[in-house]
Design a protein around this ligand. Structure first.
Ligand code: ADP
Ligand code: ZN
Length: 196
C-alpha cells in the first residue's frame, strides 16, 4: 500500500472568524516540527512576489503573492523538499485552484492548509471554496461574534459609507469607502437579495 502524507485541510468562516490566525498557528507548528513550509496568497493589485499573510490580531507570516487568475504559478515556487503549503484568502483565486491543490495533495504528497471565506458579502458560496471543502480531508468552520446581537457570526456584512451594500454591487471593489463587520444570519442585511 502506498503511504501518503498528502492531504487537504480547509479553514473557512466569515471575516474576523480567525482563519488567518489559525492558518498562521498551523504553519508555526509545522515549522517547529522542522517541516518545510511555503505560504501563498492572491494578489489583489499588481504586486506579485514577496508579501505577507496578516491576521486581524496582528500576527504575520511571509507569503508569496500570486496572480488571482493564475494559481498554477504556485507550482513554480514550490521547491524540492517542501512538505507543507499554506494558502490564505483562497476565495479570491479562480476555480483552477481546485485542480492545483488536488495535484499537490495526490501527486506531490504535500499537506495543504487552505483558508478562505466560504461566503461572499451577499451570503453566497465564494468561488473555489465549496469545491475545496468537498475535496478536503478536514474542514474547520470558524465563527466570529455578531457585532449586532452577540451570537455566533458566519456572515460578512459589507458596508459602503456605513450602509449595507446592495446585492448587485460587485464582489470585489478596490478603492471604495467600504468596511466589513461580522454578523449572524439574522443580522446580515443585503438589500435587493432575491429569495432563494
Ligand atoms: P479572518 O482571517 O477570519 O478574517 P483573523 O485571523 O484575521 O480572521 O482575525 C481574527 C481576530 O479578529 C480575532 O482574534 C479578534 O481579535 C478580531 N476580531 C475583530 N472583530 C471580531 C468579531 N466581531 N468577532 C471575533 N473576532 C473579532
Ligand atoms: Zn446577530
Amino acid at each position: 500500500m502506498k503511504h501518503s502524507k498528502g492531504r487537504l485541510e480547509v479553514i473557512c468562516g466569515s471575516m474576523f472568524s480567525g482563519k488567518s490566525e489559525e492558518l498562521i498557528r498551523r504553519v508555526r507548528r509545522a515549522e517547529i516540527a522542522r517541516q518545510t513550509v511555503q505560504v501563498f496568497k492572491p494578489s489583489l493589485d499588481d504586486r506579485y512576489g514577496a508579501g505577507s499573510v496578516n491576521s486581524h490580531d496582528g500576527r504575520a507570516k511571509d507569503a508569496i503573492a500570486i496572480e488571482r487568475e493564475r494559481p498554477q504559478d504556485i507550482l513554480d515556487h514550490i521547491n524540492d523538499g517542501i512538505t507543507v503549503v499554506a494558502i490564505d484568502e483562497a476565495q479570491f483565486f479562480s476555480e483552477k485552484l481546485v485542480g492545483i491543490v488536488n495535484y499537490l495533495a495526490y501527486e506531490r504528497d504535500i499537506r495543504l492548509i487552505v483558508a478562505g471565506l466560504d461566503l461572499d458579502f451577499r451570503g453566497e458560496p465564494f468561488q473555489p471554496m465549496p469545491a475545496l471543502m468537498a475535496h478536503a480531508e478536514q474542514v474547520d468552520k470558524l465563527h466570529a461574534i455578531c457585532v449586532v446581537c452577540g451570537n455566533e457570526a458566519l456572515r460578512s456584512q459589507r458596508l459602503i459609507d456605513g450602509k449595507p451594500a446592495h446585492y448587485n454591487d460587485p464582489i470585489i471593489l478596490i478603492g471604495a469607502q467600504e468596511s466589513y463587520e461580522a454578523r449572524c444570519r439574522h443580522c446580515h442585511e443585503v438589500p435587493g437579495r432575491p429569495l432563494k
